[in-house]
Design a binder for this molecule. Sequence first.
Ligand code: RTP
Ligand code: MG
Length: 148
Amino acid sequence: MEKTFLMVKPDGVQRQLIGDIVSRFEKKGFQLVGAKLMQISTELAEKHYGEHKERPFFGELVSFITSGPVFAMVWQGENVIATARQMMGATNPKDSAPGTIRGEYAATVSKNIIHGSDSPESAEREIGLFFSQEELIEYTRLINEWIY
Ligand code: RTP
Ligand code: MG
């Protein structure tokens, strides 16, 4: 089953949105297979956002993502990568649809509450950056037969 890396950013943690965000993915039927509250180092932030290192906002992005704890998660399910991106909403909250996480809670592109992997390659890379094998728990969920 497909897996993705999702992370409540420091603004979402400070605004006490972890519970709401976890609840949305649980209710959708996705399965949580790894989670931790953590402080990201500058080194990890620069690796994670490496694709943006030439962009003018890179410095601001790294300093923001390291400015406080984040809640890192791995979720599993059919089409979880693309579906989670839809549930998050567009990167810039001015374009994110009502009902999406960013559409409901975010007001600016630099503080947009949540990160989610944007492709299978990103998901694999980001899961590997943030989680060790032992931190990912494979377990049977009986409710699956009511979801799939
Ligand atoms: P993320 O990686 O955080 O899940 O966001 P995303 O895929 O929707 O957007 P991406 O293009 O990967 O950009 C990463 C983060 O950089 C910040 N950003 N700031 N100031 C700006 O113009 C600007 N553009 C992007 C956003 O916080 C975005 O989430
Ligand atoms: Mg991105």
